[in-house]
Write a protein that binds this ligand. Structure first.
Ligand SMILES: NS(=O)(=O)c1c(F)c(F)c(SCCc2ccc(C(=O)O)cc2)c(F)c1NC1CCCCCCC1
Ligand SMILES: [Zn+2]
Length: 257
């Protein structure tokens, strides 16, 4: 269920008054300054397993007032590219408004229109709840979403159900599809750093992977992402992103030159 205290993005600068970790030294998101990253040849391509779901495997799509969450079966896993094996928990989105882009991570100070997060927990633990406050317990794959000329057939599978979860607390069922299609095609080019959940409780337990290549969706699909979901005040939910946090000396690695 939701954290004990209620929080909103309007009060994102004072989350640390209620959630101590939100004031920590290894917080997310960050700005990725591409001229200060360090190439690490040990960072192998991300390899996913079990993503091509049949339509009979239905998934729960939920509006929790802060984003739209698609629950993922634990059989989906990352089998290469991370130090441990990780199992899927959920994916969700961050976006801006028709006037402003709303990715969480920025690149050289710029936001992209949106960002997908696929959240995983280390298979050392039996659930995300057990893993979420353990060092290295979580891994998040982040992908930047921007506008392209074509409709994205994978995002179409999801965006067509957004109107069913427009109001906070609403759930719906989505037929399974190839979930890997929601990520960029090239999974060998990414940034890697140690950080946190970008929402209270802000646990500093996330091994972050942010892909260099972007995901393209059509202008009509972007406006569904931006302009369908209502938050916990029945207002349209816009700008559900946290501002970039200080690196405090953390290295940002790159899997490519
Ligand atoms: N970028 S992120 O990964 O930090 C992230 C956000 F930025 C998020 F904004 C969110 S949604 C806000 C947290 C939340 C609220 C309500 C409920 C519920 O009613 O069940 C659940 C969660 C959100 F769910 C997540 N991911 C969650 C973090 C919350 C606790 C661990 C569960 C999986 C990861
Ligand atoms: Zn997120």
């Amino acid at each position: 269920g939701p954290p004990a205290h209620h929080w909103t993005y309007e009060e994102k600068t004072v989350w640390d008054e209620d959630f101590a970790d939100c004031g920590g030294k290894a917080q997310s998101p960050i700005n990725i300054n591409t001229s200060s990253t360090t190439f690490d040849p040990a960072l192998l391509p991300i390899v996913l397993q079990g993503y091509n779901l049949t339509a009979e495997q239905t998934l729960r799509l939920n509006n929790n007032g802060h984003t739209v969450v698609l629950q993922l079966p634990k059989e989906l896993s990352i089998v290469e590219g991370l130090p441990l094996e990780y199992r899927a928990a959920q994916l969700h989105f961050h976006w801006g408004s028709p006037e402003r882009p709303g990715s969480e991570h920025t690149v050289n100070g710029e936001h992209y229109p949106g960002e997908i997060h696929m959240v995983y927990f280390s298979s050392e633990y039996s659930s995300i709840k057990e893993a979420m406050d353990k060092p290295g317990g979580l891994a998040v794959l982040g992908g930047f979403i921007e506008v392209g000329p074509e409709e994205n057939p994978y995002y179409a599978h999801l965006l067509e159900y957004f109107d069913k979860v427009a109001t906070e607390g609403e759930d719906t069922k989505v037929p399974g599809f190839d979930i890997s299609g929601l990520l960029p095609t090239r999974m060998d080019r990414y940034f890697r750093y140690n950080g946190s959940l970008t929402t209270p409780p802000c646990f500093q337990t996330v091994n972050w992977t942010v892909f260099n290549d972007t995901i393209k969706i059509s202008p009509a699909q972007l406006s569904v992402l931006e302009d369908t979901i209502h938050g916990d005040d029945h207002e349209i939910l816009h700008l559900n992103f946290r501002d970039p946090q200080s690196l405090n000396g953390r290295p940002v690695l790159a899997s490519f030159r």
